[in-house]
Design a protein around this ligand. Structure first.
Ligand SMILES: Nc1ncnc2c1ncn2[C@@H]1O[C@H](COP(=O)(O)OP(=O)(O)O)[C@@H](O)[C@H]1O
Ligand SMILES: [Mg+2]
Length: 228
């Protein structure tokens, strides 16, 4: 599903964020990406989201070379994936329902589909009672579950999450990864950056470690990956 072929990224100020990274992620995998701050983890995800372009090497996603993707097609490409941010990035003056509905609206879903699907997805993340709240009325964990609902609502094949538990307390971190695990069991590929060792230890997924722009370790999941 995702293949990095000798990918390097040098930012315009000369910072070498990734060096010669080669890596494959199969459909249906759940991968934790770990490493210290500044290691290149976010850059790795940004290259997948096409928010940045590689300086060298090629990234192939579902048999498509990202280098062939035209700039004007990037927003459409990005809508094929679910993206979860550390700082939630919800729209504060919209209700929980509308925050999730908006993601469907963008891809052209009908009002009828939206009215049916949004409550279902909010139920999945246990927020059925918070539909008409504003994000500011929710706890950090609840806000991140809205973020997850929004990432899930268009049924993406891939979810990319950059430290999604970075701003929620430890108990809720487990809950969020539990939810991601459940979604993964249903066939969605998940890439999640984290530096919480307890999470990584507990969930026994594949772990890719990046250090100073290089992949220095890649250990297989202890559990059997889901066959999508
Ligand atoms: N837009 C940018 N311009 C210049 N340097 C950047 C930019 N984004 C990240 N970097 C640098 O690239 C390196 C890797 O950053 P990043 O991928 O954000 O690491 P991580 O997510 O692992 O903390 C760091 O040294 C960082 O300062
Ligand atoms: Mg980062």
């Amino acid at each position: 599903m995702i293949e990095f072929q000798n990918v390097s990224k040098v930012y315009s100020n000369g910072t070498k964020a990734l060096r010669n990274v080669s890596l494959k992620v199969d459909k249906g995998e759940f991968v934790f990406i770990v490493g210290s701050s500044g290691a290149g983890k976010s850059t790795f995800l940004k290259l997948i989201m096409c928010e940045e372009r590689p300086s060298e090497g090629e990234i192939v996603i579902n048999d498509m070379c990202l280098s062939r993707l035209k700039r004007r097609d990037v927003p459409f490409y990005r809508r094929t994936m679910g993206i979860v941010f550390q700082d939630f990035r919800l729209i504060d003056n919209m209700t929980v329902f509308d925050n999730v509905a908006f993601a469907m609206h963008i891809v052209g879903a009908s009002q009828r589909e939206i009215r049916k699907r949004v409550p279902y997805i909010l139920g999945l993340v246990n927020l059925q009672d918070k539909q008409s709240c504003r994000p500011t009325e929710l706890s950090g964990g609840e806000q991140q579950r809205v973020g997850l609902a929004r990432a899930l609502v268009n049924n993406p094949k891939l979810i990319v999450a950059d430290e999604p538990t970075g701003n929620v307390d430890p108990a809720l971190s487990f809950e969020i990864v539990d939810l991601l695990s459940e979604i993964n069991r249903r066939g969605t590929t998940i890439l999640m950056v984290t530096h919480e060792h307890t999470l990584v230890k507990h969930f026994q997924k594949r772990v890719v470690e990046i250090h100073d722009g290089e992949v220095v370790a890649d250990s297989a999941a202890q559990e059997v990956p889901h066959e999508a």
